[in-house]
Ligand binder design. Structure first.
Ligand code: SF4
Ligand code: SF4
Length: 347
């Protein structure tokens, strides 16, 4: 990996160079909560001053730009005996993601494995992923962040460059040729030994700030042993089956397909809609049989997919510990609490 140091003023220049020709998406403040704390979201950004680079976790993840909640997969037109199918991967230009946290980049890396690296890659996702230039940025751990437990507080690939705030300058990690060449357009210097030392100090101070955690030791084994545990029923009684957790999760990718035929039968379209395994009809099949009619069993399977099945398939969890699901859940169900209770540490 190649490293550089840039002054903070150079970052704005970098933004301007990129914004001349590209759509830029970045973190901005979108409102305030009842405690007057800022709420952040990813939006199109036209001016560097709109960016909130010191943002805390956005309510919705970056996933929506790569895996939209609703997407047309194909449209059909029928004219007499002729019919035409049009497939649009819904990508028209490269775009820049300016300021993505490590957990969200790690989430995309996990989605890549399923949606690009499996037997049936998803071209709709791949087209967007390969068209994105990603600038990662370091962050301050919040009380709900347990990314460190999930090994997602740092990231080694899946971005073009990653910047870490060293006070009056940024420490830049370069991962792609595009980023290397882009940095030639601003003043970037080779880091000194003192920059390395300061970078390591910043990283080590960050580690100390994590408060939430999940013990993943032997977790797959414990989940196998606790499959019939009453713990799942207890959480199921609290769960509202609303699906919000999957909606805000950067790694949930389950979807359903909807086909709509125009009333005159001359046109149709096929949509992909992100779905949640917590919704009541997720496991309902033709004929009306529902394999998971109870909330507790749906909640349980969400946890087994993230922390058991995915680990078996890819040797890593499908959770990056961003804490979004716990923050958004109206029933106050959080991953650290659920896992801790399954481990028998809390009741
Ligand atoms: S765990 Fe929370 S957010 Fe998820 S479905 Fe249940 S109530 Fe909704
Ligand atoms: S399960 Fe919750 S904590 Fe884990 S990645 Fe999804 S939203 Fe984040």
């Amino acid at each position: 990996m190649i490293f550089r140091i840039i002054k903070k003023t150079e970052l704005e220049k970098l933004f301007n160079v990129l914004s001349d020709e590209n759509r830029i998406i970045g973190p901005v403040e979108v409102g305030r909560d009842q405690d007057s704390q800022a709420i952040y979201g990813f939006r199109d950004v036209a001016d560097f001053r709109q960016l909130a680079l010191d943002y805390t976790t956005t309510s919705l993840p970056a996933k929506k730009y790569f895996l939209p909640y609703k997407e047309d997969m194909a449209t059909f037109r029928i004219d007499g005996k002729d019919w035409q199918k049009t497939v649009d991967y819904n990508i028209d230009a490269p775009f820049v993601f300016f300021g993505m946290h490590a957990c969200d980049i790690n989430a995309l890396n996990k989605l890549d494995k399923v949606l690009m690296g499996s037997v049936y890659p998803m071209p709709y996702y791949a087209a967007k992923r390969q068209n994105a230039f990603i600038i990662g940025i370091d962050c301050e751990p919040q009380t709900y962040c347990f990314c460190r437990s999930m090994g997602a507080d740092t990231v080694l690939h899946g971005f073009d460059m990653f910047i870490t705030d060293l006070g009056n300058r940024y420490f830049v990690e370069i991962q792609s040729d595009t980023a290397y060449n882009l940095l030639k357009k601003v003043r970037a210097e080779e880091p000194l030994e003192s920059d390395h030392v300061e970078y390591m100090h910043v990283i080590s101070e960050k580690k100390k700030k994590f408060t939430a955690q999940v013990d993943t030791t032997d977790l797959t084994k414990i989940l196998d042993m606790e499959f019939q545990s009453d713990v799942w029923k207890q959480w199921g009684e609290k769960c509202l089956g609303c699906g919000t957790c999957a909606n805000v999760c950067p790694t949930c990718y389950c979807y359903s397909i909807e086909e709509n035929v125009r009333i005159d039968l001359k046109a149709a379209n096929k949509n992909k809609i992100l779905y949640s395994c917590n919704l009541i009809d997720f496991a309902e099949v033709a004929g009306g049989h529902n394999f998971r009619p109870e909330r507790h069993s749906r909640l349980k399977y969400r946890y087994y997919h993230k922390h058991r099945g995915f680990v078996e398939a890819y040797e890593e969890s499908l959770c990056v510990g961003c804490g979004r699901c716990g923050e958004a859940c109206l029933a106050d169900i959080t991953v650290p609490e659920v896992i801790s209770s399954v481990r028998g540490e809390t009741s």
